[in-house]
Design a protein. Structure first.
Ligand code: GUN
Length: 300
């Protein structure tokens, strides 16, 4: 049976380190880190993610600037709001929750976030730096989903390393090529000297490629797509999928499942992250860490 990597425990450790630093920063320098969380419209999933981010800010002593905008807002007006947050010296991190309504060009909006406040790491220039050898984004997050507090040590890598998994020289397969997870995850693994293959919707027989992987990063957004029989014995499996599936037995009417069939895969894998409770708790934690780092830049 695989060792289950508990993201909640790792995230909690990092969160208490952040809280200590936030306290110190406030007491010694009178500087309270600030995170602006911008949401457009009423998507239920986005509302729930944003709620978690704002709650976590409050728990750690980070000031949250809540910007709730109507679905019909124009792109120009949204960009104006971003510019105001860029200019606000009490705001050290800005995130615009995705996806945005169809009439808004996401890339255009993300490009307007000041580079040093880009806590999600979604600014095209920061992604570009991630792709280049020897350079890193200002705040390496993805990347928020996968990174740990030390800029160059992504959390999935940290989770793996803490579990005794070597990345250097290993075969890593990333399933999915989204701008938010798959693509940056593959670049991060490449930087960590893995041999990286990306599997996507046009890959024929992905199972044959995944079966070769020492490390699997699942970010396809397809519930339980990766079967237990696709996993190489002893492989490390990091499941970034968070898919809501109907579950009438729950009050909410749904439950979250990953891209990996956890029950099956955990019989073969060496290490595996659960959903929920694996990579998810790291996402919010890294935003907070990056906001703290953003604030520290003002006193150093
Ligand atoms: N939508 C889904 N995941 C994320 C995320 O990590 N950041 C933002 N801004 N939007 C998202």
């Amino acid at each position: 049976m695989a060792t289950v990597i508990d993201g909640k425990v790792v995230a909690q450790t990092i969160r208490s380190e952040i809280a200590d630093e936030v306290r110190l920063l406030s007491q010694k320098y009178g500087k309270v880190p600030g995170l602006a969380v911008v949401i457009v419209g009423n998507r239920k999933d986005s509302q729930s993610y944003v709620g978690m981010k704002r709650k976590a800010c409050a728990e750690l002593g980070i000031k949250s600037f809540d910007v709730d905008l109507p679905e019909q807002i124009s792109q120009a007006e949204l960009i104006k709001q971003v510019h105001e947050l860029n200019a606000n010296t009490d705001v050290h991190g800005i995130l615009v929750q995705l996806p945005l309504p169809k009439h808004i060009n996401e890339e255009k909006v993300l490009s307007e976030i000041s580079l040093e406040k880009d806590v999600d790491g979604f600014h095209p220039l920061n992604i570009g730096k991630l792709a280049m050898k020897g350079r890193d984004p200002l705040l390496l997050t993805l990347v928020s989903k996968l990174c740990d507090p030390h800029y160059t040590k992504p959390a999935c890598l940290e989770l793996l390393q803490r579990s005794g998994v070597t990345i250097k020289g290993k075969k890593a397969v990333v399933v999915g090529r989204s701008n938010i997870v798959g693509l940056p995850a593959s670049l991060l693994l490449l930087k960590a000297d893995a041999t990286v293959t990306i599997v996507h919707s046009h890959t024929s027989q992905p199972e044959n490629i995944i079966r070769e992987a020492d490390i699997v990063i699942a970010a396809a957004g397809q519930p339980k797509m990766i079967k237990g029989s696709w996993i190489k014995p002893g492989a490390a499996v990091i499941d970034v999928g968070t898919n809501a599936v109907d579950d009438p037995t729950r009050k909410s009417g749904y439950r979250l499942v990953g891209d990996v069939d956890f029950e099956e895969a955990s019989k073969t894998a060496g290490w595996i992250t659960p959903v929920p409770g694996g990579v998810g708790p790291m996402t919010v934690t890294m935003l907070l860490k990056n906001t703290l780092e953003g604030a520290k830049r003002y006193i150093e």
